[in-house]
Design a protein around this ligand. Structure first.
Ligand code: FES
Ligand code: FE2
Length: 374
């Protein structure tokens, strides 16, 4: 048995079965039970211009994300109530109405009401008020937009982990750099890799150099045998480094309202299953989001967010700041693809989690819980 305050598992549970990572039926159940029900990251408000709409995909469903000329954000299923045509094929200007490109029915952009059936004249049995666009729920949190395609969405509830971001000017940050990778792995393989650091010493030499605790294959001090509550926690960096950059130095003015603990922690993570994690440093922030594109493929997007003052610095190069985390991200991507190939061995039925993989165990519970009725 491990000590009461230790997060380490007191046994070695089985992983999910191998089929969870490639079986089309399992994937379809996850689309229904998870991606159609949970909040999904849809970009930064700062990156959605006023008076624009754009198509995107949530849980395999086409959605239109709209921002009115006044700045209001709404979203609808990308399907016309007439005969189901797609309404929006590419980012385009948005005024007061959304017009179907097929037979020109038009809907109010503000609330999806059907305004006109164009050249068609319906008979009396057709009730206009019953034929508005299907709405999609929208939440904004710290300048991040999230969508939920469920008919009765659960409340948006990120796992606040080490940070609530109240002391970061998160909503004002601007996207300065973006990396997109198509990974040959199931989306859960990405999350499992995110949830443990046993791979850090072998896979991430640069990161393990910056964050000493990672050299031991653990994520934080409480995992160390003999740690007692109240003793320091967090991702303290090596001597002389204050942030996650190649030289450990800030890329611009640091955020002024952070607490001493937030500055010292250096990497303040918030996890939002199944869609994204955010990490905020004392000088910049990053969001990494994923979209399953098939049972064995996942599109990953990383966005680096900076204050306008940092971006305005003479000669500032966001790609240089992003270089550090991009090295780590590419190492993780390679590991995830290697993991995916290996678990397709006909001899692999399922594996075993080690005590340090408590967050993976929790993640597996989270997934299974949502598949119960599916
Ligand atoms: S399908 Fe949209 S107007 Fe006909
Ligand atoms: Fe990693």
């Amino acid at each position: 048995m491990t000590a009461e305050h230790s997060p380490l598992l007191d046994h070695c549970p089985a992983t999910l079965p191998a089929a969870a990572y490639y079986d089309a039926g399992w994937y379809a159940r996850e689309q229904r039970g998870i991606w159609h029900r949970e909040w999904v990251y849809a970009g930064r408000l700062n990156d959605l211009p006023k008076g624009k709409m754009r198509p995107l995909t949530v849980g395999g469903a086409g959605v239109i994300l709209c921002r009115s000329p006044e700045g209001d954000v709404t979203a609808y299923h990308n399907t016309c109530r007439h005969r189901g045509s797609e309404l929006c094929r590419a980012e385009q200007p948005l005024g007061k109405t959304i017009r179907c490109p097929y037979h020109a029915w038009s809907y109010a952009a503000a609330d999806g009401r059907l305004l006109s059936t164009a050249h068609a004249t319906p008979t009396e049995d057709f009730i206009k008020a019953d034929n508005g666009l299907y709405p999609v729920a929208v939440t904004q949190w710290n300048g991040f937009i999230f969508l939920n395609i469920a008919e009765s969405p659960t409340p948006f509830a990120p796992d606040l982990g080490l940070a609530a971001y109240d002391n970061w000017p998160m909503a004002d940050l601007v996207t300065g750099h973006r990396v997109v990778r198509d990974l040959a792995c199931n989306w859960k393989v990405f999350w499992e890799n995110y949830n443990e650091c046993l791979h850090c010493p072998g896979i991430h030499p640069e990161l393990s150099d910056l964050v000493p605790v990672y050299r031991e294959g653990i994520m934080s001090e409480p995992e160390r045998p003999g740690w007692t509550p109240g003793a320091p926690t967090g991702h303290a960096l090596k001597e002389g480094a204050v942030t996650w950059t190649l030289d450990g130095q800030p890329c611009g003015p640091t955020f002024p309202n952070l607490t001493e603990t937030e500055r010292k922690t250096a990497a303040n993570f918030v996890t939002i299953y199944p869609t994204a994690f955010i990490v905020a440093h004392l000088d910049y922030a990053r969001i990494v989001s994923l979209v399953p594109t098939g049972p064995e493929t996942t599109r990953l997007t990383a966005e680096w967010l900076f204050s306008p003052a940092t971006l305005a610095q003479e000669g500032f190069d966001p790609a240089k700041v992003a270089a550090f985390a991009t090295i780590v991200l590419d190492q993780d991507a390679e590991a995830a693809e290697m993991n995916q190939r290996g678990l397709k061995s006909p001899r692999y039925g399922s594996g075993r989690l080690m005590p340090q993989e408590f967050d993976i165990h929790r993640f597996h519970g989270w997934v299974l819980d949502r598949l119960k009725d599916n």
